[in-house]
Design a protein around this ligand. Structure first.
Ligand code: URA
Length: 251
């Protein structure tokens, strides 16, 4: 894929398009060892592009796994609260400095990242951020029934009939009962719940219907993607190529 050089710089650095043009005119940008003269030049992701001697590695799409902390909202803009997109821009991933040595890692975050679906402000765990609209659509479309697994803590004890109720579907006030969900009881007040839908506050509403309040909620899996246990709450990393490939076939 070929992109105009000024667009490439605007997409993968903090420069605007007109600033990028100016930098090029001033001879501060090199493509494959040659000083570029105009932003009209076409470049490919395989080209070596230097801006003031700094290598600028771009990527058409970026895929990020965030272990979302409580207190931030799953959107791109919000008047009141910090968003997940603002959060990842502020918090460089652990070890990023050394990861940047790796040729596959982009040197800048894409400007159009968005979260794939929503976790509530007080929910922690696996959240994917990307600028790949097609993958996001695939993961979120109800037609694909992509599984989402949550670790849940509750204010009351679970019992075995809860497993059946979750399997048979719960009336949470929608047109239909919820689709079959898998409840795995880990301790009297702890469980995994796997659902294949994504209704607003769905997990909390399902447990509320069973007479229990969710006191802690964390997503641990989405489709084939499992939350990386080495990521502490609040940390993030880029997905590996294999994780991206597998995700694309989720559902
Ligand atoms: N279900 C909920 O109730 N909250 C979440 O954040 C995710 C699923």
């Amino acid at each position: 894929m070929n992109l105009r050089l000024d667009k490439y710089l605007a997409d993968f650095t903090e420069l605007t398009r007109s600033q990028a043009k100016k930098e090029i005119r001033e001879g501060r940008v090199q493509v494959n060892g040659e000083t570029a003269k105009t932003g009209n030049d076409k470049v490919a992701f395989s080209d070596s592009i230097l801006w003031d001697g700094r290598e600028i590695r771009g990527q058409q799409y970026q895929y990020i796994m965030l272990n979302k902390p409580a207190g931030i909202v799953s959107s791109t803009a919000d008047d009141r609260d910090e968003t997940v997109v603002e959060y990842i821009r502020k918090h460089f991933p652990v070890g990023m400095e050394s990861v940047l040595e790796h040729s596959q890692t982009p040197t800048f975050l894409a400007k159009d990242l968005f979260p794939v679906g929503r976790l509530d402000k007080d929910t922690e765990g696996l959240l994917i951020l990307t600028n790949d609209g097609e993958l996001a659509h695939r993961l979120l479309s109800p037609r694909h029934h992509v599984a989402k697994k949550y670790f849940v803590q509750l204010d009351k004890d679970l019992n075995t009939t809860d497993v059946e109720k979750m399997r048979d579907g719960v009336d949470i006030g929608e047109k239909r009962l919820t689709s079959p969900a898998v409840l795995e009881i880990l301790a009297p007040r702890e469980a995994f719940l796997t659902i294949t839908e994504g209704k607003f506050h769905q997990v909390k509403r399902m447990f509320a219907k069973l007479g229990k309040a969710v006191t802690y909620l964390k997503r641990v899996e989405m489709g084939t993607l499992v939350l990386d246990e080495s990521l502490a709450v609040g940390e993030w990393r880029f997905l590996a190529e294999e994780e991206i490939q597998n995700l694309a076939s989720s559902g």
